[in-house]
Ligand binder design. Sequence first.
Ligand SMILES: [Zn+2]
Ligand SMILES: [Zn+2]
Length: 294
Amino acid sequence: MYRLRLPEKRILEIILMNAPLIYESHSHTPLCKHADGWPVDYAAVAEERGLKGLIVTCHNPMPDGFSSGVRMAESEFGRYLEIIEEARESFAGRVDVRLGLEADYFEGMESFLEDQLQSADFNFVLGSVHPQISEWREKYWQEDLVEVQRTYFSLLAKAAESRLFDSLAHPDLIKNFTAKAWDPLKIMPDICRSLDRIAKTGIAMELNTSGVNKTIQEMNPMPSMLREIAKRKIPVTLGADAHIPDRVADGVEEALTLLRDAVFEQVSYILNRKRYEIPIVDALASLKPREPVS
Ligand SMILES: [Zn+2]
Ligand SMILES: [Zn+2]
């Protein structure tokens, strides 16, 4: 009887095509006071969507009441570690749940962050400049909104140069808070100067899919900025910035397609603060197909 023998390389390809590869690298918990669902709930969605893992990156505690309404308190940090460990144990062998953090970059707080980031075994640390919080507005806001945008992009480069973080979150977020004055062509020279500085540090940048739900409805960063990131060979991590379980991996296919169009070949994720790369074609093939519409 004739037996079909596939070459080993092809067998490996078939196994790899169905194997989960992608980590959701930006997700939250109720401890930040503006998200719903526990890490176990987010992990369940990660499993449904065919992801390999989930990195929980809730908003970090900051000292002296700094924007305390949108982040966990320092006293809740132990609880944060527990809920992630709980999810890690319940999903062992199914979804690789990991401890991460989204830490605010704010000038003058570098040494606080340095100590904080050594206080636990974080797998992945996102660095965020959040121009919407009152502390940021008090320090940097001015009437000329283009100047505010310039300040934002220069702080993004400073965040990279602090070498505290693994990836810069939603790196054109400012556009949503200065939408009236947002002109990509006008600000692009400033963005490029910032990216030149960022590229020298080896940090990654995030493609954040939640931007489609914001004032300017496109992912962060915009496609023209993604192309500048690709030119400088800055690695990109993916994140849905899920504040509800259902948004885990939301828009990931579109994000991978945007990366491919910006002429990236790889997408990155970070574990144990070390970067790994997946070819974009493999990442796309690894996702579970959406339920067919009947
Ligand atoms: Zn948030
Ligand atoms: Zn976030």
